[in-house]
Design a protein around this ligand. Sequence first.
Ligand code: ZN
Length: 212
Amino acid sequence: MFIGHYAVGFLLKKKFEEIPLWMLFIAVQLVDVLAFTLVLLRFERMSYNPTSNPFLRTSIEYVPYSHSLLSNLIIAFVIFLIFWKSKKSYGIALSMGVLSHWFVDVIAHTPDLPLVWNGFKIGFGLWNFPWPAFFIEVGCFIGSGYYLYKNSKNIRRPIALIVIAVILYTSVMFAPEKEVPVGVASIVSLSLYVIFAVLAWWSEGKKGLRNL
Ligand SMILES: [Zn+2]
């Protein structure tokens, strides 16, 4: 999943208004940031899979550090500990965001997500059905955005954030099929995570949280 993860970011923002949206956006994608960084460093492995289904073009072969359930529990716990002392709500919300990633992924992925290290792989396979997968993901993103902002006064920037995100996501997913080296795909993905975090920061404006 891609923007489906940000739906969780919106829901967490509704509950934890004091936390900047950009931090929640980074939290929900932290393990993908880790995965693509580790792919670039050759600690983890993905490869190009030629298929007409855009959701299955990246074969996930070896992602024990970033995408096993056990490592996600550990990463979330570390994030919790880092923030817990200074800001309790940050510790709770950001670790929930980090951990949500795996559970959202497991709905979409084919059985390539390990439970422990590189073993016991599961995935419910929503991605086998590209159109339902696309509409469910975009629907969750827009729906949770609506839920977050429905009573807000200043919604120009949030609307722009949602529209830009959907356009970016759609154009990346439905770009014409061609083989892209995994290194390039990783850099594109990492750049998108940065763009989304910057958009989230921008969406809250100068007044930041008081925009809501
Ligand atoms: Zn992931």
